[in-house]
Write a protein that binds this ligand. Sequence first.
Ligand code: TUI
Length: 314
Amino acid sequence: MDFRSVLCDLLGIEYPILQGGMAWVATAELAAAVSEAGGLGIIGAGNAPASILEQEIKKAKKLTSRPFGVNIMLLSPYVEEVVDLLCQEEVAVVTTGAGNPGKYMERFQAKGMKVIPVVSSVALAKRLARLGVDAMIAEGMEAGGHIGELTTMVLVPQIVDAVDVPVIAAGGIADGRGVAAALALGAAGVQLGTRFISAYECTAHEHYKDMILKAKDRDTVVTGLSTGHPVRVLRNKLTREYLRLEKEGATIEQLSEMGAGRLAAAVRHGDVTNGSVMAGQSAALVTKEESAQDIINDLIQKTKSVISYLTENF
Ligand code: TUI
């Protein structure tokens, strides 16, 4: 078993493993390391202006000659200038999150860039399939950050049945068992975020990484359900205060004021008490720091051994 899929040819990669484009966390260093290891590294644009993102893209191009991607967060105030930049830089792969990328599709396609939106519902998947996206990431609510309502287990097979493009499973996957499960659901590949935060090459603050390494099964909570933008994060002082305000019926303005700048505070400055420590439920499965190469090797080897076990015993 050589562990290739249609995604490898589509994206020019060795293994069908994508690294999630996490805002502030997925910098050029991490993305380049994952691409060098044979997966697809992805820089997270988050809420960054194009000038900052441009430096990251240039850095990644210096660190690897292999393809890498950029994730656009569609709620960003800089989305228009970020789209302009990505077209100018002709980034190989664009993934999108937190919205519908429909209005930018033609411009990416004109440049031959691959477009892979994150979807959390069948309806959006069907709409985007008609626009000619190259693949889709079906992300379940086990994921960290901004999430939809369905679990990976039920979402992935429904998206696989609804569209004709390759489907990448995301949300709750952190090891070879999860990868094998995703393949069993019909996925052509996987995207992991939280596991890659533990990579040596990930430049997130040590406090952020430590909190993920120490997390247990019930340590994530979902904030922002009342605002229509639910976000999964590790429980801390900020989430306790935020959830209390939500319960008391705070306005969206009050809540967004409380949330402003909190992700950067945690990721860059290590304030994991008052900052937003976004992570998926799989944080409990992530227990050690290692290189991106070792993470990819471990995922491949464990996936193969799960599949062999199943083939021999069932
Ligand atoms: O986008 C993510 N994860 C994120 S974005 C982010 S930054 C942020 N911070 C505070 C509030 C909101 C965002 C942190 N983590 N994952 C991909 C993802 N996309 N998950 C769910 C969706 C999604 C949701 C609705 C995609 C499309 C969508 O469609 C809306 C529509 O127009 O139908």
